[in-house]
Design a protein around this ligand. Structure first.
Ligand SMILES: C[S@@+](CC[C@H](N)C(=O)[O-])C[C@H]1O[C@@H](n2cnc3c(N)ncnc32)[C@H](O)[C@@H]1O
Length: 300
């Protein structure tokens, strides 16, 4: 099945779909650092494009003749803890829906933060999808039940022409683990530490985590333990000498990027791409469910 990824970042979602057997034919992204990193990891083209310029984007994407459009429009405006004011960024979700409406692939998969469900932009996108004749399955999936050692809840909306709403609800649930994957289980015990620091958004939240639980959501910035950090009652252990933040590569591992993934660009850019990404194994779970529905393996 031919797929195009919109807002591709460094390609976490593309990699998961590719692993599940999709043929990714092109990706679209406007951030130079992400374009460069993506092209270091895939053979198909990544095209630098501002997808809010739909008049230019739609003919290019249509010429890729995708069976599927996949992608996660930027979610900063939905997910920032302090201010949840929607801005121009949120309307990229609407751009995604307009592009789907114009290109009319057989199906699409859109990923976003769980709270986008309550946003005006998502409501508008939903109306566009319904008006275009797509049946929708909307599910919030926890990545830690999909082979990712991280609590990361994401809205997955799968749309397909001519299907009834909810057509893939069972398919998306199939194969979910019964309990969250811990960092120790994922790493096979090769980490060399028991606890690590993840900078909290505010100090009412805990910041030290154990490898015997799923990691908290990886975000786009990675800060050191501040001098004088006195700990939080919820911390998995008291702050002390050995406790440090995860390295960039460890964070990529938590996002289930393979060790062979090539990270180009600066450390700050890599941290951002990693935090932005759909965990590869979460994307793969969704992609296998979609494949199972639309192109079932005749042997299974
Ligand atoms: C949530 S990230 C996508 C991550 C990607 N799905 C992955 O799995 O790695 C959203 C991406 O949209 C890009 N973006 C933001 N505004 C854009 C625009 N107007 N046109 C194209 N890309 C844009 C950002 O640079 C960012 O890489």
């Amino acid at each position: 099945m031919r797929a195009v990824e919109l807002f591709s970042g460094c390609g976490g979602m593309s990699l998961g779909f590719q692993n599940a057997g999709f043929e990714i034919v092109a990706a679209y992204e406007y951030w130079d650092a992400a374009v460069e990193c993506y092209s270091a990891n895939f053979r198909h083209p990544v095209r630098k494009a501002d997808l809010s310029d739909m008049a230019s984007a739609i003919p290019a994407i249509a010429s890729d003749r995708p069976d599927a459009i996949i992608g996660g429009p930027p979610c900063q405006d939905f997910s920032s803890a302090g201010k949840r004011v929607e801005s121009d960024r949120a309307s990229l979700t609407v751009c995604y829906a307009r592009i789907v409406d114009a290109v009319r692939p057989r199906l699409f998969v859109m990923e976003n933060v769980a709270r986008s469900l309550r946003s005006g932009a998502y409501g508008e996108a939903r109306e566009i999808f319904k008006g275009a004749g797509y049946g929708l399955t909307e599910a919030v999936l926890d990545a830690s039940l999909c082979g990712v050692p991280q609590s990361r809840k994401r809205l997955i909306c799968v749309g397909a022409l001519g299907e009834a709403d909810g057509f893939m609800a069972e398919g998306l649930r199939r194969g979910l683990a019964e309990r969250p994957l811990t960092l120790r289980e994922h790493s096979g015990g090769s980490l060399g530490f028991e606890f690590y620091y993840r900078h909290p958004r505010n100090y009412s939240r805990r910041a030290i985590f154990s490898v015997d639980e799923p990691a908290p959501t990886m975000r786009g910035v990675n800060r050191p333990v501040p001098k004088g950090y006195r700990g939080n009652p919820g911390d998995a252990c008291p702050p002390g000498d050995g406790v440090r933040p995860l390295t960039t590569l460890e964070r990529a591992m938590v996002q289930t990027f393979p060790p062979s993934f090539v990270w180009t660009g600066s450390k700050t850019e890599n941290e951002q791409m990693i935090g932005n990404a759909v965990p590869v194994k979460l994307a793969e779970h969704v992609a296998r469910a979609v494949m199972g529905h639309f192109a079932p393996d005749p042997g299974s």
